[in-house]
Write a protein that binds this ligand. Structure first.
Ligand code: COA
Length: 314
């Protein structure tokens, strides 16, 4: 494969293609599930019917004209890249962001990679004694994220694509209300959009993790739970009541001193999670909830939101 020519045809930088080649090497890929099984698997992954239809329509069947040699190469090597880090828990982009408007193969390439990795990661889970229930609940974040991407008119996906390799490598588990990411000494908490963040649901999820990780990853020793999020911005206390779920969640944490995060704009992230739109002008955004009013008023006052990190004992 001529990487320069492939990059040009994929519409991405040559360095991005070289990175895929370097990280994947000639390591093993994994086949996609049988197309006949796809419907059942997509349903188990909570993929909504409209997204499942698109995915089935763009399926990389042998000989499909939607799939150029470069796209097939990228799909194959992207699966190998993620597979090479099976068991890893750091953020990992599976490949470059693609011009998704070119069609279903382009749009869902990393979803196909995820589907190919389902059996691989299920084996990893089994080796660690993890129940199928936890496996499928965890992996079903694909459907949730595709639905968010649709709601966001495709603005959201570039973030999701690295996010979902955590699931596909056994780096993250959904236990009740929260997702728990393995790490060096700290379990990093993530909060899926799945209804209110009640204190009881959070406590139950933390308790589950305190049993889960020593049992299934006995060689890893956790001393803290940590979190990096817009949800931990103390400025939210100026707007939300003391008994709101977000403020009660904040109270569990000891915050680190504030540092501007690299490669991430907290004002954009707050819009992502509060409105699921990054481009709607402030004066056209809905003011339906206390949080939405807070986000808009704060930004219109010329102030900024913060992405804060905090932790508490495991
Ligand atoms: C985290 C989350 C579950 C908290 O929701 P919650 O339990 O309802 O939170 P609170 O009780 O503190 O809500 C306080 C107010 O803000 C509103 N609110 C909270 N989260 C909101 C959101 N994401 N979008 C719009 N409004 C929201 C609530 O409706 C409530 O307003 P109201 O009293 O006018 O109805 C919710 O924000 C969410 O689903 N976020 C998306 C995922 C996310 O942000 N994850 C973290 C990524 S770093």
């Amino acid at each position: 494969m001529d990487l320069g020519a492939a990059a040009a045809r994929l519409g991405v930088a040559v360095g991005d293609v070289e990175r895929v080649q370097r990280l994947a090497g000639d390591g093993p890929s994994a086949p996609l599930p049988d197309k006949a099984r796809a419907g059942v698997i997509l349903e188990r992954l909570a993929v909504r019917p409209e997204d499942a239809d698109e995915i089935r329509a763009g399926w990389p069947d042998a000989g499909s004209p939607l799939w150029t040699p470069e796209l097939r190469w990228l799909l194959d090597r992207s699966i190998a890249l993620v597979r090479a880090d099976l068991g890893g828990f750091e953020w990992l982009a599976p490949g470059p962001e693609l011009p998704r408007e070119r069609g279903p193969a382009w749009q869902h390439l990393y979803s196909y990679a995820y589907l190919a990795l389902v059996d691989v990661v299920l084996d990893f889970h089994r080796e660690h004694g993890i129940t199928e229930d936890v496996s499928w609940t965890t992996l079903a974040d694909l459907g949730r994220n595709l639905a968010v991407d649709r709601r966001m008119n495709r603005e959201g996906w570039p973030v999701m694509q690295a996010w979902l390799t955590l699931h596909a490598r056994g780096g993250l588990y959904e236990l009740g209300r929260l997702q728990h990411q393995r790490g060096g000494g700290a379990i990093s908490l993530h909060i899926p959009e799945a209804g209110p963040l009640t204190p009881a649901a959070v406590t139950a999820s933390l308790d589950e993790a305190r049993v889960f990780f020593p049992r299934h990853f006995p060689d890893e020793h956790y001393t803290t739970f940590s979190c990096g999020s817009w949800l931990l911005d103390p400025q939210l206390r100026e707007y939300l009541p003391d008994d709101s779920n977000i403020i009660r969640f904040q109270r569990r944490f000891e915050l680190e001193p504030y540092e501007q995060p690299e490669g991430l704009d907290p004002d954009v992230e707050v819009l992502r999670f509060g409105f699921r739109s990054l481009t709607t002008p402030l004066d056209q955004l809905p003011r339906q909830t206390a949080l939405q009013r807070a986000i808009i008023d704060h930004l219109r006052a010329g102030r900024h939101w913060q992405w804060r990190r905090g932790s508490f004992a495991f």
